[in-house]
Design a protein around this ligand. Structure first.
Ligand code: SF4
Length: 204
């Protein structure tokens, strides 16, 4: 596991983090669903320029927010969602994003993946966020054999040493964007191929 992860890391460019502030990490992650990172980051930046704080976003006009984030997928739904998140953070948590998984998942629209991203990227708390990249790669390599991301998270929490949890998601996201792509994985140049179940089946 450790050796394979090291090989993955050696092929993954550094991940770009747009924000370190917990509230904006949370908002960026809510916006990111089914949206390219560049578009998500630009939209989150534009939102931040306009509102700056959870209090300001909580009072925002949904149509104005939708206009600002119009390039992200499902912009109408996400506009409502980020305002709702802001209202909850202000109304229930005094304007501060909570730092436990149990509290984070009580915020409307926040699931385990988003909560784990916030824990790891904003608070530096070891957590494994399973998005489509992590789910796909873990199954291809054969670390897990699962249908749902929640099952993948449960299994990975058992098999990934805890000192690797921080940075695990960003490393696999970059690996998934550049090497183990959803369509057309670059198996021929991948340093992990000798350990990878998907590759072994492919060349059999
Ligand atoms: Fe992904 Fe192919 Fe590398 Fe396996 S060998 S991890 S499928 S790129």
């Amino acid at each position: 596991m450790r050796e394979i992860y090291g090989l993955i890391k050696s092929q993954s460019p550094p991940h770009h983090f747009e924000f370190s502030d917990p509230f904006w990490v949370l908002i960026t992650t809510v916006l990111s669903h089914r949206t390219k990172d560049e578009v998500t980051d630009a939209s989150a930046r534009a939102l931040f320029e306009r509102y700056r704080t959870a209090e300001a976003l909580a009072r925002a006009d949904p149509e104005e927010v939708r206009q600002i984030i119009r390039r992200v997928g499902f912009s109408r739904v996400k506009a409502g969602r980020v305002i709702e998140v802001a209202k909850t953070v202000v109304g229930r948590f005094g304007g501060r994003v909570p730092s436990t998984l149990e509290e984070l998942v009580t915020i409307p629209g926040v699931g385990r993946k988003t909560a784990n991203v916030v824990l790891a990227d904003a608070f530096g708390i070891p957590a494994i966020a399973v998005d489509t990249h992590v789910h796909r790669i873990a199954n291809r390599i054969g670390w897990v054999s699962t249908k749902k991301p929640e099952e993948t998270e449960e299994d990975l929490r058992r098999i990934v040493p805890e000192d690797l949890w921080l940075g695990f998601n960003p490393t696999l996201v970059e690996f998934g964007k550049h090497v183990c792509r959803p369509v057309g994985p670059k198996c021929g140049e991948c340093k992990v191929s000798q350990y990878c179940e998907y590759y072994k089946k492919k060349v059999r």
